[in-house]
Design a protein around this ligand. Structure first.
Ligand SMILES: Cc1cc2nc3c(=O)[nH]c(=O)nc-3n(C[C@H](O)[C@H](O)[C@H](O)COP(=O)(O)OP(=O)(O)OC[C@H]3O[C@@H](n4cnc5c(N)ncnc54)[C@H](O)[C@@H]3O)c2cc1C
Length: 591
């Protein structure tokens, strides 16, 4: 800790404070300022180790943007992160950020109007409510105001990051294609600007960087602005005064309590609960086998904010992605995302040998299919999905995850000279994994259906029309397939000259390959509900004074939708920006 006030003689010890707080607020789990006052006989007696206008929890992009905004507003800042390094999951990202009406669109003269953009957001996030002609597009005041706040502030937040030199932003170009990114629901009529909303990071070498560059630049900008960054400090409890206002934070460093006073507010941007087994079990059922989020993503804010009466929302949602089951079972914290499954002579089937989804849809929406319940059979038929491909895809797309560099050269790839043999291999492997998968096994109809599915898929590939799941019809499918899954040029396999480059007929003879996929995610995105000022709401829908939230730790304003590449980062930094501005404008009566 840099400027801890060690010289001051405390009127009560920290131990006494915590003891008193514990008696007064054991049920709440928050530190009550009045409990400390009553023991010591005066407000001034509470020992703060450090004070700042704004205390921020986390060092990911939401927290970093909040900190930068606060510093630009002239507010002093203390950031705490329980990790030993700066950057959170944000530093692990591709570093793409979805910002509507951004400066690159404006520079090109492309209008991304609020009216049209809100229609896209509402249509994608709330299809069961959306009505173009209804008041607020059919959404309630709270939901609509969050979407509005995002549209109104996202480009301002990005401009601030760019103009202050905190993050060097530019239009993000899709890998290999070198063109603007296509949104994840580009083909609905409500999306009037289907490409160009995604920004990327320019690294020090002048080329497109990633999340490491983004968070490195942001950390440097914050340190240059004298921001106190306390790593290895875990936020434990909020400190509230007798009016219920949040006035500080109790953190833990190596078992020692550190009391941080927040004159204007405490902002949490502490990530989701991707690695909290208990929360996953109660909220995600069979839909979260693993995540590549930082191991620190344990949903601490849910408990901390719950202790001061916060209302929770969106708890069963996540930024979803398929994972390779066997990798996730080995280490759920290292499960890599199967973002766009590689290959064109490739499809996914369930335990009945049937396709259930467009395999080239975006990872978030595609993964939803794992959660479909069959009420007659009382089961989740797609709990696991099996990626099937032939020798062409195995060689022509070798090395593109999850395909190994050499065909079949991985413990999670099964191989059979015929579909029958492949089915037998799969059945055996599923049996071995049964204790971890609820006994998910292939149905007796699997192999017969698989042969029919293959024949049907091959017809679709030849005609370019996937009558079941419309694979390849939207520009998104083809462009992201090319971006994530470019065909190798060092094989003898012919280029795909069938009508859709996303589909190629599988060969009539083996070998065939299979990999078992499960649902996982980038992180979860449920937690305390915020309002359009990023204020955390209580169970009566009233703001809890002095408490703000942004990013994956709060109930995402987008609910389940992933509006385009960079949607989570775009939301996180925007609401971090809003939170710091809101805190700046609020008076802390107890300071
Ligand atoms: C491999 C990968 C790639 C991704 N790529 C992208 C991408 O390109 N674009 C995109 O939009 N999204 C991407 N994501 C999604 C990603 O989850 C979010 O976009 C983003 O990183 C979330 O940022 P955040 O601000 O919520 O906080 P995070 O970056 O998750 O940071 C939270 C921080 O809070 C800290 N913390 C947690 N609890 C406490 C506590 N009690 N006390 C103190 N500190 C605490 C953690 O240590 C962590 O440092 C990707 C995710 C992964 C895993």
């Amino acid at each position: 800790m840099t400027d801890r006030k060690r010289g001051q003689k405390p009127e009560i010890t920290r131990r006494e404070i915590l003891k008193g707080a514990g008696v007064a607020t054991a049920a709440l789990g928050a530190v009550s300022l009045s409990a400390c006052q009553s023991e010591s006989g005066g407000r001034a007696a509470l020992l703060w180790d450090q004070a700042a206008d704004v205390v921020i929890v986390g060092t990911g992009v939401g927290a970093g943007t909040a900190a930068l905004t606060a510093r630009e507003n002239g507010d002093s800042v203390v950031m705490v992160d329980k990790a030993p390094v700066f950057g959170g999951t944000s530093a692990k990202t591709v570093g793409v950020i979805w910002i509507p009406n951004n400066f690159t669109l404006q520079a090109k003269g492309i209008e991304d109007s609020k009216t049209d953009c809100l229609k896209y957001l509402a249509r994608y996030s709330f299809p069961e409510l959306y009505s173009a002609d209804a008041h607020q597009l059919g959404l309630d005041d709270h939901t609509y105001s969050l979407l509005e706040a995002f549209y109104d502030n996202a480009h301002k937040a990005a401009d601030q990051l760019r103009e202050t030199g905190a993050i060097n932003l530019a239009e993000w170009r899709m890998f290999h294609l070198d063109r603007s990114a296509t949104d994840y629901l580009d083909h609905v009529p409500e999306n009037k600007v289907p490409t160009g909303r995604t920004l990327g990071i320019v690294g020090a070498d002048g080329v497109m960087g990633t999340g490491v560059d983004m968070m490195g630049q942001l950390e440097a900008a914050l340190r240059a602005r004298d921001t106190d960054i306390l790593l290895g400090h875990r936020a434990v409890k909020l400190v509230v005064n007798d009016t219920g206002r949040v006035v500080g934070l109790q953190a833990d460093r190596d078992g020692q309590s550190v009391m941080l006073q927040a004159r204007k507010g405490v902002i949490f941007a502490s990530g989701g609960y991707a690695h909290n087994r208990q929360l996953l079990a109660s909220n995600q059922r069979n839909r979260f086998y693993g995540s590549c989020a930082t191991p620190m993503a344990t949903g601490d804010f849910i408990h901390i904010a719950g202790a001061v009466g916060a209302r929770l929302g969106n708890m069963s949602s996540a930024w979803r992605s398929q994972v390779v089951l066997e990798q996730a079972l080995k280490n759920s914290k290292l499960a890599g995302g199967v973002f766009i499954p590689a290959g064109d002579s490739m499809f996914h089937v369930n335990k009945y040998g049937l396709r259930a989804v467009n395999e080239k849809r975006n990872y978030n929406d595609r993964t939803e299919v794992h959660g479909i319940y069959d009420s007659s059979r009382a089961e989740y038929p797609n709990q696991l999905m099996i990626m099937i491909y032939d020798q062409r895809s195995a060689e022509a797309f070798a090395g593109i995850y999850p395909l190994p560099e050499q065909p079949g050269d991985s413990s999670f790839v099964l191989q059979g000279n015929s579909l029958d043999e492949l089915g037998e291999q799969l059945q055996q492997r599923l049996k071995e994994l049964a204790t971890a998968t609820g006994g998910y096994t292939l149905d007796a109809s699997f192999t017969e259906n698989l042969a029919q599915t293959l024949a049907k898929f091959n017809t679709y590939a030849r005609t370019g029309k996937d009558a079941d799941f419309q694979r390849g019809e939207a520009s998104y499918d083809s462009e992201w397939h090319q971006a994530f899954s470019p065909m190798r040029t060092d094989t003898d396999w012919p280029v795909n000259d069938f009508p859709s480059d996303t589909m190629y007929p599988l060969r009539e003879e083996g070998p065939y390959y299979a990999t078992i996929l499960a649902a996982g995610g980038l992180d979860t995105n449920g937690g305390p509900v915020i309002d359009a000022k990023a204020r955390v709401l209580n169970v009566d829908d009233q703001p809890i004074p002095g408490l703000y939230g942004a990013g994956n730790c709060i109930a995402s304003p987008s609910r389940d939708a992933y509006w385009g590449a960079g949607c989570p980062l775009g939301l996180s930094l925007t609401f971090g920006f809003i939170a710091a501005n809101s805190a700046h404008l609020e008076e802390n009566e107890q300071s």
